[in-house]
Design a protein around this ligand. Structure first.
Ligand SMILES: O=C(O)[C@H]1NCC[C@@H]1O
Length: 339
């Protein structure tokens, strides 16, 4: 289905730890479908031009991220989200929820607001996620969210990454599946190496794993896809120290923040490798220098897997509003990417 003219799309622009969040407020045709997954599939099949218009150049860029709000189909949830990025649609996004928690309250979308925290129940494609938004009676601040069950799918998986040799990764589910690997395995340093080198190595790892690894989730439809590779500083054991992380997801998109779902995955992996205990907090730093604080809240089951609910805390900020238009004869303006 082509774009419907006149195109006029309104958004609020936010960021969490430097990672953009473009919240679409109006201007898209209605998404058909009974469930959130149906609506995502409808958008993917019929309205993907709108994703490209909003995420790609000249209105976005190859590291852009956004979300749309739709009606939830889980009764306990107040909102449902569709996450969009350079390649398509994703299953979980922590940085988006951290920003959205504030948005929901500041824009008057939440009926019952309580201090010092307000609970917001959000249906994500991976399942229901609870966000707790700090509210002091006047303004909103930090947001913590509790994840869907996170589990380790495979540990110590050896993979031959073209141009880099044999690399050993762990595969973890934190609302999305990630490969997790210390940057040192590629001869890279997460703090000193160029982001372009880290992006390339992580992207090459995701590419080969997507070809070779069959993923499955015990009970959630539509999530069995390797979303990206997370490189770490390898510092899993020393709880007192900040640990660095860079998440390269979708089509080699670099998360500026520590990545909420990636942080859930990392703390879950650390838990199952006996590096942290329930309720022990750790600080994760992303490439922008901003941090998330995370911990394991409790152990649960997820099908045959031992799993954990994690909690990740950070703060998002408002940075603007946009109204996007498109002239009918503007072919380039429909979206392109330079990478
Ligand atoms: O915070 C997160 O979970 C994410 N940020 C962009 C990519 C991931 O979805």
């Amino acid at each position: 289905m082509p774009l419907t003219f006149p195109v006029k799309i309104s958004t609020t622009e936010m960021h969490t730890g430097g990672e953009p969040l473009r919240i679409v407020e109006s201007g898209l045709p209605e998404l058909q479908g009974a469930t959130l997954l149906d609506k995502i599939n409808y958008m993917r099949n019929n309205l993907d031009e709108y994703r490209k218009l909003l995420m790609w150049e000249p209105r976005g860029h190859s590291d852009m991220f956004g979300m749309l709000l739709v009606t939830p189909d889980i009764e306990s949830c107040d909102f449902a989200c569709i996450f969009i990025h350079n390649e398509g649609y994703s299953t979980m996004c922590g940085h988006a929820l951290i920003a959205f928690g504030r948005y929901a309250i500041e824009k008057g979308l939440v009926k019952t607001i309580t201090s010092p925290e307000t609970r917001v129940n959000i249906q994500c494609p991976c399942g229901p996620v609870t966000a707790y938004v700090t509210y002091d009676g006047q303004s909103t601040g930090a947001v913590r969210f509790q994840s869907v069950p996170c589990f380790v799918f495979k540990t110590d998986l050896a993979v031959e990454v073209p141009c880099y040799g044999q690399i050993t990764v762990d595969i973890v589910y934190g609302g999305a599946f990630y490969a997790i690997v210390p940057a040192g395995q590629y001869g890279l340093d997460i703090r000193e190496s160029k982001v372009s080198d880290l992006r390339e190595a992580a992207g090459a790892t995701t590419d080969i794993l997507r070809k070779q690894l069959k993923l499955s989730h015990p009970d959630t439809e539509g999530v069995s896809h390797l979303f990206g590779t997370i490189m770490t500083d390898g510092n899993d054991a020393n709880l007192e120290e900040i640990t660095d992380t860079i998440c390269v997801f979708a089509e080699r998109e670099v998360d500026r923040s520590p990545c909420g779902s990636g942080t859930s995955s990392r703390i879950a992996l650390q838990y199952f490798k006996n590096k942290v205990k329930v309720n022990q907090s750790r600080t994760f730093r992303g490439p922008s220098g901003d941090v998330f604080i995370a911990k394991v809240v409790k152990e649960v089951n997820c099908g045959k897997y031992r799993a954990v609910v994690t909690e990740v805390k950070g703060q998002g900020y408002f940075c603007g509003n946009s109204t996007f238009t498109l002239e009918e004869n503007d072919v380039t303006g429909r979206g392109f990417l330079l990478q």
